[in-house]
Design a binder for this molecule. Structure first.
Ligand SMILES: [Zn+2]
Length: 526
């Protein structure tokens, strides 16, 4: 009896639950409410966890995805732009070919990515064939409602994938029908728009806000709820959300730190770059009330999450390719270089706009590696590609991440008039990779005058300048006038304003000028 008395309340409670369950069944399944899960990443350049913080790693994200899918089959994995560049692996060669983001697409395919919006870094590679190859290899859907492929004859068309000999256009938006266990079914619409800073002759942009309005008007006729995938600065994401309050969720990128805003009833969110965190959004849609609510959870991607084996195998393959290629170029990837006293901002928004500490650090290293005591150093900011804030301990791999293209540095003698023209053009190139970082150069605002090594620039004088070999190709933005090569006998030069060119001997492994990264590593270790 005693036992029965103790159990009685539980038995009664059990009956109550059974009654509720059958009542629900009797009401006929479809409860008019459906939940959709979004797993959001943005700005992912690394497939492995960060060596310094052990956070990130796409095999871990794949595990999170699997767990979310097991809980809710209506789970979609999205990446809000910037992934095929920049990265160390992307700059290396495999089987004689530059990798250029192939490793990212292969890893994201394994992970099970559903949708991406193009980011500005998808337009990093000069040759369209690199982007086209990545499109062709991908199993996920790319969107860019305000960007078009511009053909040589000036005609425009959407970007596309080559599939079985056919062109498959990247859509401006997608509509999918989702259905849950009790039979509730809705149409989900999604569109993608992006920033217009990824400039190449073969891409053309229209105004993102006009494209957004058009996509929404198109989608609202065929979907119950519309969400946005964007690669825009946060101010524009906020504008987009205010413009379309009916869109309950804007999954953004481009900014590298996690953030979340409520604009009216809508959510605007970005995770941390390199999948150090991911956002998990649950969109609950009430079909009868026509009401969407979003709850968002920022998840750390750290060692508490085990790797998903299929993705981990792809990551391991590419890591091996990376380490082999780096060690053959003389780098020991994980060897410590320096403990940074303060974070080093290498974001393109800084590096390509103003004189930055990272620019000073590298030009100081160039001056230190020089043999002729130069009057000044010049560096095209586009050679700094990490587009991130570095902090803590830097290993050799971080220097390679910072300057993935490497290349030699050369000492030249340059006429003052050409030096002035170069500096002026560098300033006009603000915002692109042809903006120059400099060492031992100043500008006197009051006198509107360049200062070289603390003296006014004299246009008739010859200056000793150290610069990357790349600038002497004449291929930097608006700097064709720097094209110069030594004369046939190895002396003199074919450019009258650069009469002396002193290149390092590539066979001399002790000459740090042969690789700007080795020069920087050596300078920082001292
Ligand atoms: Zn971006």
């Amino acid at each position: 009896m005693k036992t029965f008395k103790f159990l009685l309340p539980f038995l009664l409670l059990g009956c109550f639950f059974m009654a509720c369950n059958s009542a629900k069944k009797a009401s006929g399944g479809d409860d008019g409410i459906i939940e959709i899960t979004f797993l959001q990443m943005n700005d992912v350049y690394e497939i492995s966890p960060s060596p310094s913080s052990n956070s990130g790693g796409l095999a871990r994200v794949a595990s999170i995805r699997k767990a979310l899918l097991a809980k809710n089959p209506n789970t979609f994995t999205v990446l809000s732009g910037d992934f095929i560049s920049p990265s160390v692996i992307g700059t290396l060669k495999n089987e004689g070919k530059r990798i250029r983001g192939k490793h990212m697409v292969e890893t994201l395919n394994a992970l099970g990515l559903d949708w991406v919006v193009f980011g500005n870094h998808e337009f990093d590679y000069d040759d369209l064939s690199d982007l086209q190859a990545r499109l062709d290899e991908s199993n996920f859907t790319w969107m860019a409602a305000n960007a078009r492929l511009k053909n040589a004859d000036g005609s425009m068309e959407p970007f596309f994938k080559n599939r079985n000999g056919q062109k498959e256009s990247c859509p401006d938006n997608v509509v999918v029908t989702v259905k849950d266990a009790d039979g509730t079914s809705i149409n989900l619409g999604l569109f993608g728009v992006l920033i217009n800073t990824g400039k190449k002759p073969w891409v053309d942009y229209s105004d993102w806000s006009v494209a957004t309005r058009k996509q929404y008007n198109d989608l609202k006729t065929k979907s119950d709820v519309v969400v946005a995938l964007t690669h825009l600065p946060i101010e524009d994401d906020k504008k987009l959300s205010a413009m379309l309050p009916e869109v309950p969720l804007v999954m953004g990128g481009h900014d590298h730190d996690n953030m979340i805003y409520k604009i009216g009833r809508a959510t605007v969110a970005k995770a941390d770059a390199n999948a150090q965190t991911v956002y998990v959004h649950t969109l609950r849609y009430d079909k009868r009330a026509k009401k969407a609510t979003v709850t968002s959870e920022l998840r750390k991607v750290n060692s508490s999450i085990v790797d998903e084996p299929t993705t981990a195998a792809i990551v391991a393959k590419w890591e091996k390719i990376k380490n082999t290629a780096l060690s053959s170029s003389g780098f020991d990837a994980n060897k410590k270089v320096i403990d940074l006293k303060e974070p080093l901002d290498c974001r393109e928004d800084i590096i390509r706009q103003q004189q930055a500490p990272a620019g000073k650090m590298i030009t100081d290293a160039m001056l230190a590696a020089s043999k002729t005591k130069p009057d000044c150093a010049l560096l095209n900011s586009g050679s700094i590609r990490v587009d991130d804030v570095l902090s803590g301990t830097l290993a050799e791999i971080d220097i390679v991440r910072m300057l993935p293209f490497g290349g030699a540095i050369t000492e030249v003698e340059m006429r003052g008039s050409l030096l002035r023209k170069t500096l002026d053009t560098g300033v006009r190139n603000r915002g692109n990779g042809g903006y120059l970082q400099w060492g031992l150069v100043g500008y006197d605002e009051a006198k509107k005058q360049w200062q070289i090594n603390q003296k006014p620039l004299d246009e008739t004088k010859m200056y000793k300048v150290v610069l990357p070999d790349f600038l002497l190709t004449g291929n930097e933005q608006n700097m064709g006038f720097l094209k110069a090569a030594p004369g046939a006998d190895g002396k003199g030069s074919d450019n009258l304003d650069i009469p002396v060119i002193k290149k390092p001997n590539p066979a001399d492994k002790t000459d740090l000028r042969n690789d700007i990264r080795l020069a920087l590593i050596n300078f920082l270790r001292k």
